[in-house]
Ligand binder design. Sequence first.
Ligand code: SAM
Length: 285
Amino acid sequence: MIEPDPSAPVSAGQAPDEGAPTDVPPAGSPAGAAEAEAGEAFASFGYRDVPRAEKAGMVREVFESVAPRYDLMNDLMSGGVHRLWKNALVDAVHPRPGERLLDVAGGTGDVAFRLLQRQGAQADVTVCDINPAMLSVGRDRAVDRGLLHGLTWATGDAEALPFPDRSFDAYTIAFGLRNVTDIDQALREARRVLRPGGRYFCLEFSKVTLAPVGRLYDTYSEHALPFFGRIVARDAESYRYLHESIRRFPPQRELAERMRAAGFERVAWRDMTFGVVALHSGWRI
Ligand code: SAM
């Protein structure tokens, strides 16, 4: 795998990156239009459109199934590169002591642990995830690492967060937004819980910007994810869903537009590994 470009983190005050992606499908592309085509009654679950009311339960089953081997699988599937992507996210957040940080869809705590360690003595990090099985693995990992202070675990839905308005200085979501039923509602919720001056960061699989890399990556993810899923996690179906959900997630420019529509300002993004992953950021002013 190719390392992310560490030279250009999305910093707090970076201007919108209008020209970054070179291979962004126009509006009306399959990825961008998936939800619109499906209509309000349906949401995408991998390549399928399922009744909206059923998606959250189906996603929950996927992550319940993968929770025990989730971290091992992440390392195997990405060749460890997910660690570099997450480090780049935390560099961009640049947490300061005393700030209140929220990591949504925080799963087994990978991003939260990094935020906590960067904040040091005055750490205040809340991990929120809809799936108790993922959080349970996360809590065990925190204990194993001696991370006992400054960390709060909360069960909650990114679309209806169990926190008051204006309660956090920064909000992160890593590889979580593509799993929610209503991305726009999750974006509005993120803005709601941020204080004015608070920052939003989304790390997510995105649209590869270099065609040959895109072809290689497609072949890899279509075949390797279910293969690893079958051999290591004994669950090819869940990993097929992960591959399909990556393909249907809005590309860089569309996600930036939807962030602006949710009320974020100074929206920017930075591609990593040729757009395999993108880091979007925005401010609640
Ligand atoms: N952020 C972690 C990481 O990068 O390792 C975990 C990412 S994992 C691919 C996606 C997580 O999103 C799962 O833990 C899943 O339970 C969670 N999730 C899915 N839908 C959610 C929702 N509506 N609200 C909150 N969390 C959700």
